[in-house]
Design a protein around this ligand. Structure first.
Ligand code: FES
Length: 229
C-alpha cells in the first residue's frame, strides 16, 4: 500500500463548528467517493492514532477531509497519507436516477458521489435532515422523511449509515421486514477504524448475512444486501 506525502492547505470551519481541511496530495492518493485515507503528521511521532480521512469534495490535486481531524493540524502541516483504502461506491454504469440518503448527523461523505453522478448526466436526489454545503442547482435536496417516495423513481440507492442508523433504514424506506429492495443499493458504513486494516483489531465489524464484515477492509462501502439490516 502506497504512502505518499500531502499537506494541509486550508482549515475550514463549518456551521457545525467542526473542522475540515483541504489537503493537497498526489493524484494517486485521491480517494474515490466512499474510500478513505489513513493520515498522520510526521511532526507528531507520538500521536497515538492515525486519522481516518473521508472526502467531502474531491478535486484534481486536493480533497476536502471531513471531521473529526486532529486539532493540531494547521495550514502547512505535512502529512503521511496511506491509501486510498477500502471499497468505494460502484453504481451500475446504466444508473441514471440516483437516490442518496444520509440517516445520521452528516451527509457530506455522499456529496462526492452526487457530484460524480451529476457529471455523468444522471439525475440525483439527496435525502437528509443534516446540514449540507451549497450544492449545484441540479442536485435536488429533500427531507429524510420523503425517502420512501424515491424508491419507485430511483434505479440506484446509496446510503450513509452507522450501526445505529442502519437499524432504522428499513423503516425509513417504508419496507416491511421481509421486503427486498427493488433497486441495487450500496451503504457507506461508518465505524471507528483505529487500525485501518493494518493490525486487524476487529473494531470496525458489522453484522452481515454471512457472519461478520469489516468496514476498513471489506467496506466501508458494502452492497446493502450483504449487511444484516
Ligand atoms: S479498523 Fe482494525 S480491523 Fe478494521
Amino acid at each position: 500500500m502506497q504512502t505518499t506525502t500531502g499537506h494541509v492547505q486550508e482549515i475550514v470551519w463549518g456551521p457545525e463548528g467542526l473542522q475540515a481541511a483541504w489537503i493537497t496530495c498526489p493524484p494517486t492518493s485521491l480517494p474515490a467517493p466512499g474510500q478513505y485515507l489513513s493520515a498522520w503528521s510526521p511532526e507528531e511521532p507520538l500521536a497515538p492514532l492515525a486519522a481516518t480521512l473521508f472526502a467531502g469534495e474531491i478535486l484534481s490535486d486536493r480533497f476536502l477531509a471531513l471531521p473529526p481531524l486532529p486539532s493540531s493540524w494547521q495550514p502547512g502541516t505535512q502529512l503521511a497519507l496511506r491509501g486510498p483504502l477500502g471499497h468505494g461506491f460502484d453504481p451500475p454504469e446504466t444508473s441514471r436516477r440516483i437516490a442518496l440518503a444520509a440517516l445520521g448527523q452528516s451527509c457530506r461523505r455522499l456529496i462526492p458521489l452526487a457530484l460524480q453522478m451529476l457529471e455523468r448526466g444522471s439525475a440525483v436526489a439527496l435525502f437528509t435532515d443534516a446540514w449540507f454545503p451549497p450544492l449545484p442547482a441540479a442536485l435536488e435536496a429533500n427531507p429524510l422523511n420523503h425517502l420512501s417516495e424515491a424508491l419507485p423513481w430511483a434505479d440506484f440507492l446509496a446510503v450513509e449509515v452507522d450501526r445505529t442508523t442502519l437499524s432504522r433504514l428499513r423503516k425509513g424506506l417504508g419496507l416491511h421486514p421481509a421486503d427486498r429492495l427493488p433497486v441495487p443499493a450500496q451503504a457507506l458504513y461508518l465505524a471507528d477504524m483505529p487500525c485501518a486494516g493494518l493490525a486487524a483489531c476487529g473494531a470496525c465489524w458489522t453484522p452481515a448475512r454471512r457472519g461478520l464484515l469489516y468496514a476498513c477492509s471489506d467496506g466501508p462501502v458494502f452492497n446493502l444486501d450483504d449487511l444484516e439490516w
